[in-house]
Design a protein around this ligand. Structure first.
Ligand code: GCW
Length: 683
């Protein structure tokens, strides 16, 4: 149940505060599936946290009976009408909600303009209860900041999940769509509780059988999945194979300008909407890592995506087109090609050419979800193009849910990054919430980290990343610490200060700890090829993937400067250009991402690069061991099973961190011949 566990509240103050209101729920007849979900959730939460079987009524039997009143503004619910002013109503957008304590009528009113807003209002109320907030004088008005708040499942029909670290798919088993709708419904609830409103249910790498998802062979079953998610306000999208017209359509081309191809997609889209009338649209990975795309026909990505957009437009559907396009067959000897440049080089020249219902989905960094890399310079660079950001919740390069790595602080740094694309207020979050350029569509997408493991995410603490992603997508201003605290309280209870502080500290320090014993100073990629788990400094050094560190006996790093390097720095705007161009101003943590420097180069911290590598790796291992100790102090404060699950993973992390330390340190000691100032053991 993750954070929807609704653990019984121990604090008598909270119980006394909430119980009187929570015994009665007053609603008016609104036969809408999402409202039903909202009422069901409210009773469930109250039952779990307060042990109260709330009555649900459509009218107050006696005047002034304390209650929770819920209803949309147009529902003619007398208490809703009485509680919310005209100004409040107009301040609430299509997915927003208001919660107010109406002392005159003795009710807590949850109001919204739409059923889904109401559902979010209920979850917000349960969050207040679960985190023990007072409700005597509530006056909350809240709207999700981003329009699209999307989840990307990289699930395959054979039940595997690309980059999945929490078991098998909950969507597919044995080459069929699952019939375990309960698990899907639980997932839908989890997503709705954190404000997610869209989901693409299959891997962006669309293989043979998944290509047929848009045929009658699978569409009826997919429609059933859409039904489940619809009840929680989550729209369904599908990833498609760009070569579908050939593979399933019997055509001999997928050229976006070919009239048969265009006709084929139009008919296909009509067929989809017949079965799923509120279908969200198509997610496309094209011309990327050997996937087909418009390049085959000498067409660009605007021509490629617009063809699909045209088919979807009459239905209000959208095309989400990924910008993860780069040469994955590079020659490592070729120093002039820089993978970091690729997305910008491909897409920036097309600004203004995409249809209004195309959104470009851009990974947070220009490489690929490393523990540390620069922010993608595409954000802010395309004034006339809809854009959304893609994060990776699944921990492909950040410990694969065997190491704890709370990613919200990393995401916050990206969102707060100033692109300097406008005079003021030009942070990445303003690009992707659409406010900077007044986009029609924009938002957040992220690769999910769940599977059929009992605890959803393999590492129990990885649930905090899923939770945090949704919360940030709704409100990028929330701080990482607060999100962590909320998640802990909802998951483990809100009473035990020591427990809350300990887990919060583990989460908040985890990203830097992971960074410190893995690849140094933003250089990335020192992982085993293919599965990407564990250290291998040269694993990608002589490969075709464009991911190099260029370490030799004197130094390390990728020169991406304008003057002497690949010129990548020129893709940034304003003050960022000088900041990154000069070794003197480039932030330490990204030094090797932007520059090739000698091991003896002195960092801003006053240490040499080589000593920094040694120190952070020794320190990181100690701190990883410290996490284990911290968690031990929580024994007896939660059920044994949950305690053991995390303890086991933290043990493994501590051991594996040593492996990282020793391999990285030994590699650089042998390359450079420079000993550790503190004479610690390096092999
Ligand atoms: O990070 C890389 C992954 C691939 C993934 C690709 C992408 C779905 O290693 O597994 O493919 O990115 O984002 O398309």
């Amino acid at each position: 149940k993750a954070w929807l566990e609704y653990p019984y509240i121990q604090s008598s103050a909270v119980i006394e505060c909430y119980s009187p209101w929570c015994s009665n729920i007053l609603t008016v007849k609104q036969d809408h599936p999402v409202i039903k979900s909202a009422v069901r959730e409210l009773t469930r939460g109250i039952q779990g946290m307060l042990d109260i079987e709330a009555t649900i009524a459509e009218s107050q039997d006696k005047d002034k009976q304390a209650c929770i009143a819920i209803g949309t503004f147009d529902s003619n619910h007398p208490l809703i009408t009485h509680t919310f002013s005209e100004a409040t109503r107009t301040a609430i957008g299509s997915e927003g909600y208001a919660i107010r304590t109406n002392t005159e009528k003795d009710c807590i009113a949850i109001g919204a303009s739409t059923p889904v807003g109401l559902l979010y209002g209920v979850f917000a109320f349960l969050r207040l209860l679960g985190t023990g907030q007072s409700i005597e004088t509530l006056d909350v008005v809240d709207n999700p900041v981003n329009l699209l708040r999307m989840m990307n499942q990289w699930d395959n029909i054979d039940g595997s999940i690309e980059r999945g670290y929490a078991g098998k798919s909950i969507f597919y088993t044995d080459n069929e769509i699952t019939e375990d709708f309960d698990r899907l419904q639980d997932y839908a609830r989890m997503l709705a509780s954190i404000g997610i409103n869209a989901i693409a249910i299959n891997n962006v790498n669309v293989h043979r059988f998944e290509t047929m998802f848009i045929t009658e062979r699978y569409l009826p079953d997919i429609a059933k999945i859409a039904d489940i998610f619809r009840n929680y306000g989550v729209k369904l999208f599908l990833s498609i194979n760009y070569a579908s017209p050939i593979e399933i359509g019997g055509l001999n081309t997928a050229d976006p300008l070919d009239s048969d191809v265009r006709q084929w997609w139009k008919a296909k889209v009509i067929e989809i909407y017949k079965v799923i009338p509120d279908f969200g649209g198509l997610l496309v990975k094209a011309d990327s890592e050997n996937r087909p795309g418009p390049f085959t026909y000498d067409r660009d990505h605007a021509e490629g995506s617009n063809m699909l957009a045209e088919a979807l437009l009459p239905f209000g559907g959208i095309v989400i087109w990924r910008c993860f396009v780069y040469n994955c067959k590079q020659d490592w000897r070729d120093r002039s090609t820089d993978r970091a440049r690729a997305a910008y080089d491909h897409f920036k020249p097309l600004d203004g050419q995409f249809m209004e219902n195309v959104i470009l989905q851009v990974k947070n960094g220009p490489m690929d979800f490393q523990v540390r890399e620069g922010v993608s310079p595409l954000f802010g660079a395309m004034k006339h193009t809809n854009m959304m950001i893609e994060f990776q919740i699944t921990q492909e390069y950040t410990g694969q849910q065997r190491h704890v790595c709370y990613l919200v602080p990393q995401w916050k740094e990206v969102l707060d990054f100033d692109t300097y694309a406008a005079d003021s207020g030009s942070s990445v979050k303003r690009v992707v919430d659409g406010s900077m350029y007044g986009n029609k569509y924009s938002g957040f997408a992220a690769v999910s980290n769940i599977g059929n493991d009992h605890n959803w995410t393999g590492h129990l603490l990885a649930q905090a990343n899923l939770y945090g992603y949704g919360r940030l997508a709704c409100n990028p201003e929330l701080i990482a610490e607060q999100i962590a605290k909320e998640w802990i309280m909802l998951t483990f209870g809100a009473e035990d200060e020591q427990l809350i502080n300990t887990i919060r500290e583990i989460l908040l320090t985890s990203w830097h700890i992971y960074e410190s014993y893995t690849s140094p100073l933003g250089v990335g990629w020192m992982v085993n090829p293919d599965h990407h788990y564990g250290p291998n400094v040269d694993g990608y050094e002589y490969s075709k993937w464009g991911t190099y560190h260029f370490a030799d006996l004197q130094g390390i790093g990728v020169d991406r400067t304008i003057k002497t390097g690949t010129g990548y720095v020129a893709q940034y705007q304003g003050a960022n250009v000088d900041l990154y161009e000069s070794v003197a101003t480039c932030p330490d943590e990204l030094l090797l991402f932007f520059h090739h420097v000698p091991y003896t180069h002195i960092l801003k911290s006053g240490k040499t690069v080589i000593q920094h590598i040694y120190d952070t790796h020794f320190d990181g291992v100690d701190r990883a061991a410290g996490l284990k100790e911290k968690w031990q102090s929580l024994k007896g404060k939660m059920d044994d099973s949950r305690h053991r699950q995390v303890a086991d993973r933290l043990n493994e992390q501590a051991l594996h961190a040593r492996e990282w330390r020793d391999i990285i340190n030994t590699y650089f000691y042998r390359k450079s011949g420079i000993p550790d100032e503190h004479q610690r053991t390096i092999y």
